[in-house]
Design a protein around this ligand. Structure first.
Ligand SMILES: *[C@@H]1O[C@H](CO)[C@@H](O)[C@H](O)[C@H]1NC(C)=O
Ligand SMILES: *[C@@H]1O[C@H](CO)[C@@H](O)[C@H](O)[C@H]1NC(C)=O
Ligand SMILES: *[C@@H]1O[C@H](CO)[C@@H](O)[C@H](O)[C@H]1NC(C)=O
Ligand SMILES: *[C@@H]1O[C@H](CO)[C@@H](O)[C@H](O)[C@H]1NC(C)=O
Ligand SMILES: *[C@@H]1O[C@H](CO)[C@@H](O)[C@H](O)[C@H]1NC(C)=O
Ligand SMILES: *[C@@H]1O[C@H](CO)[C@@H](O)[C@H](O)[C@H]1NC(C)=O
Length: 503
């Protein structure tokens, strides 16, 4: 263990150095390969500062390494402050620890990123939902966290869906069922940050609304609908995401007062961001007397595109999820009537017919998509580029820029619509809205002097419709990109390589 911590620490440092260098160095990543001496000196100073910070934070790093849970395939942005402490026994620690790099990845998050005003919210477990068949993968009841609104906004609601990719095989779901993404037995308190914060400074538009963080434990973006439980090696699995969605929304409406909502916003990050798109019209229908119902998706706009080798891995992967969990009939009918249901799991084919207004927040170089959709890279051919973006070849940079263009093309229906909106910065990141630092704090990317949180507010309240559709210039151009810039492309993740093989 000691050695492991030590390795992780070194890795952390290495990763952090990468991040620093890429962060300061639009020039490092540009085709111009010559660094001038001043920049080199700056890099050296930064390395020293980084090392000093690391030593200073060593205890914190160690704590993180121990606490950060292993999640299924993916992960979304994990920040230490928001990482839930699983109720770890030794046995469960090893049984869910499929590989060590994922933990290292979590440990790489800079330790100085802390919520500005930590608000820890208890878990509400919906025991009664079990009778309605609304259960997590392992059969445990689903849950959410609610922090009440007050004052003039006591009747307004933000409902935000948790991130955590998907499980596409019984074995993968079985693995999840033993951790918090598949079982409420592993869920714990949640720190509310970003769009869930109760600080007016962090979250001026929604801080005193009712704010709900819905826990994700079905592995299919709250969309599975399998009536039978599935047995895998003697253990029962349940694919009940759609029922979880219904049970939680019903509970909020009937028992927590959401039926009196005046305004509401459904959001989510990553798999939760996709889910907020898939459920957006249903959310609106569930709140017939609300005046304003809109949705936002944070890093949930997964593009139907091919890998750099021309294979359509993500479609194959989504097909496995949709088939395994019997998702098809829960997808928007207007899409499944016309298209292959797998396509209807991709936001781009839903946009033109969605009735409810949607705001898309996505990095133009979403690192999850880079790692899993664009360059899953089982053989590690991209490692040099992922580990240090200055070593990306011109061809690799071309592929990255090509992906950005595909994302923008897929988002055209938003640009052409009056009701939808988007904020696409030129950064490498994945999930911002549920973290203070990335939403409105020191690492929030700015485009035209505005953060995604400000743009979302302008769009939601129709304060400034001129800026509904914000598209940043192409990389490397935005000096306000967060430090995960190089982390975006850094560090191969074995689990991702594995799923690209299974895909
Ligand atoms: C990244 O690659 C560049 C060019 O090969 C090299 O000069 C630099 O030292 C590398 N950075 C790190 C942190 O390895
Ligand atoms: C953690 O486990 C202990 C012992 O099994 C139990 O008493 C406690 O309630 C659990 N905590 C949570 C949050 O599940
Ligand atoms: C490990 O987790 C499973 C599922 O939550 C639980 O049934 C089992 O008792 C745990 N094992 C230990 C030793 O706590
Ligand atoms: C799959 O879903 C459809 C409709 O959602 C349902 O009619 C069917 O029974 C489901 N199949 C299984 C095996 O649960
Ligand atoms: C889910 O499946 C059940 C039957 O197993 C069906 O009655 C129900 O309508 C399905 N839900 C959706 C949203 O298709
Ligand atoms: C992932 O792949 C590596 C290398 O092929 C292997 O050692 C590891 O056990 C795999 N992990 C899973 C969860 O399949």
């Amino acid at each position: 263990m000691k050695q492991e911590v030590c390795i992780r620490r070194m890795w952390h440092q290495h990763e952090k150095n990468n991040r620093k260098s890429a962060n300061m160095g639009t020039s490092i990543l540009s085709p111009r390969r010559h660094l001038n001496r001043g920049v080199m000196t700056f890099v050296t100073l930064l390395l020293f500062a980084t090392m000093a910070t690391l030593v200073w934070n060593y205890e914190g790093v160690q704590r993180l390494v121990k606490l950060v849970p292993t999640e299924g395939f993916s992960i979304g942005a994990k920040r230490p402050t928001n990482v839930l402490t699983p109720n770890l026994s030794k046995e469960n620690e090893t049984s869910t620890g499929s590989d060590s790099l994922k933990k290292e990845d979590s440990a790489a998050i800079p330790v100085e990123i802390k919520p500005l005003q930590p608000l820890v919210v208890d878990l509400t477990i919906l025991k009664g939902a079990v009778a309605k068949g609304a259960v997590c993968l392992d059969g445990s009841p689903p849950g959410y966290h609610l922090h009440r609104g007050n004052g003039v906004n006591a009747r307004n609601w933000v409902v935000f869906l948790e991130e955590g990719a998907w499980c596409e095989s019984e074995a993968a779901c079985q693995l999840r069922a033993r951790a918090h993404l598949g079982s409420s037995r592993w869920m714990n308190v949640r720190t509310f940050e970003g769009i869930l914060s109760n600080s007016e400074k962090v979250n001026p538009d929604f801080y005193n609304w009712n704010r709900v963080f819905v826990r994700y434990c079905d592995g299919a973006s709250f969309s599975g609908n399998m009536s039978l439980s599935v047995k895998d090696k003697g253990k029962v699995l349940q694919y009940r995401g759609e029922s979880i969605w219904n049970a939680i929304i019903d509970d909020l409406i009937e028992k927590k007062g959401m039926k009196n909502a005046d305004k509401a916003l459904l959001g989510g990050c990553s798999a939760g961001g996709l889910s907020s798109i898939l459920h957006c019209d249903k959310f609106k229908t569930a709140l017939p007397s609300a005046n304003v119902v809109k949705c936002m998706s944070d890093a949930g706009f997964f593009v139907d595109t091919k890998t750099y080798k021309g294979e359509n891995k993500i479609q194959a992967y989504f097909k496995s999820v949709v088939d395994l969990q019997n998702v098809t009939d829960t997808l928007p009918k207007y899409c499944t009537e016309k298209r292959n249901p797998i396509e209807c799991f991709f936001p781009q084919y839903l946009l033109s017919q969605m009735k409810t207004p949607l705001f898309v927040v996505n990095g133009a170089y979403d690192w999850w998509q880079m790692d899993n959709i664009v360059a899953p890279d089982p053989l590690g051919e991209w490692d040099h580029c992922k580990n240090n973006a200055s070593r990306c070849t011109a061809a690799q940079l071309n592929i990255i820029q090509g992906y950005r263009q595909e994302l923008l093309d897929a988002l055209k229906p938003i640009q052409e619509s009056k009701k939808h909106g988007m904020f696409i910065d030129g950064c490498f990141h994945h999930c911002q809205a549920s973290y203070d630092a990335f939403w409105s704090g020191q690492y929030a990317p700015h485009v035209n002097g505005q953060t995604a949180s400000q743009a979302l507010g302008d769009w939601y309240f129709e304060r400034d419709t001129k800026t509904n559709s914000v598209v940043d210039c192409a990389f490397p151009c935005n000096p306000t990109c967060p430090p995960k810039t190089s982390g975006a492309l850094s560090v191969g993740r074995p689990s991702f390589r594995n799923w690209s093989k299974r895909g």
